[in-house]
Write a protein of this length. Structure first.
Length: 262
């Protein structure tokens, strides 16, 4: 009885298909299929690399924001304690007036600023006029373009420059050289940076009372000088490792920001 059942089960099994196995083996050896498989694996590796860098950026920024928040909380606690004890708080640093001309103490990194009587600001469009008015009304009171603790224009600061002009100024410099210029299109700034691969340009949001990179670094800095100082030690992006080493100064007979202070 058992023998009959075993024979029935053996008869019910389908024989192996050697032709199908040969087809599968041929597909695996097909150059087109192999190339498709290689590209698929390479795309997966790129996606994993991008995801890994995004996680690293998120962790770095989260840790920096947490540390900055803790420092601010300690500062508020100290101020509250001084207020309870009746001690006066130190006055905030005075803002500079909105000058029509730079004060005599304002000097460039490469020497004193030489004024030429009769030199007029050349504004070629209403957009430039609007940007100049914005800078004088909103940015001068924030000491935009000045060094942190001195009444002189920072060596990395430039006026309204196009991307092409900024790249020309950086072209003969070493990697790590940078400048901050006023955008010719919007009310804001651009940090132009020379890397080993070429020039990079990072938009700086100046819509409020602080400064931060758009889409790269969400940390808020009270002045442009603070932003520059921070990124001398911290890269702008974890992938590019951009550190601000060398400021790119003025290269013409007159500074390109002259009309901003007239």
């Amino acid at each position: 009885m058992r023998s009959t059942t075993s024979q029935s089960q053996a008869q019910g099994k389908a024989p192996a298909d050697p032709a199908g196995q040969s087809t599968q083996n041929a597909d695996k050896e097909d150059p087109v299929w192999l190339e498709s498989l290689r590209r698929s694996k390479a795309a997966d590796e790129r996606r994993r690399s991008l995801a890994r860098h995004a996680r690293d950026d998120y962790k770095r920024l989260s840790l920096q924001g947490k540390n900055k928040g803790e420092a601010a909380a300690v500062s508020r606690t100290c101020q509250t304690g001084e207020q309870r004890r009746g001690l006066p708080l130190p006055p905030p640093p005075p803002l500079p007036p909105k000058p029509k001309t730079l004060p005599p103490s304002a000097r460039l990194a490469n020497g004193p600023l030489a004024w030429r009587p009769g030199v007029q600001r050349s504004a070629s469009s209403s957009t430039q006029e609007s940007i100049v008015q914005w800078f004088k009304a909103e940015q001068l009171p924030l000491r935009a373009g000045f060094e942190k603790a001195a009444d002189r224009v920072a060596p990395w600061f430039h006026g309204i420059l196009t991307t092409k002009k900024a790249e020309e100024l950086l072209s003969n410099s070493a990697p790590g050289t940078f400048l901050i210029r006023i955008s010719e299109k919007i009310r804001g700034y651009v940090l132009s940076y020379l890397s080993a691969e070429g020039c990079k340009h990072f938009l700086i949001d100046a819509s409020g009372d602080s400064y931060s990179f758009l889409g790269v670094d969400q940390l808020q800095h009270s002045t442009l000088a603070d932003l520059v100082k921070y990124h001398k030690d911290e890269p702008i992006t974890s992938l590019g490792k951009e550190l601000l080493f060398y400021p790119c100064g003025q290269q013409g007979q007159e500074p390109d920001y002259l009309h901003l202070f007239q």
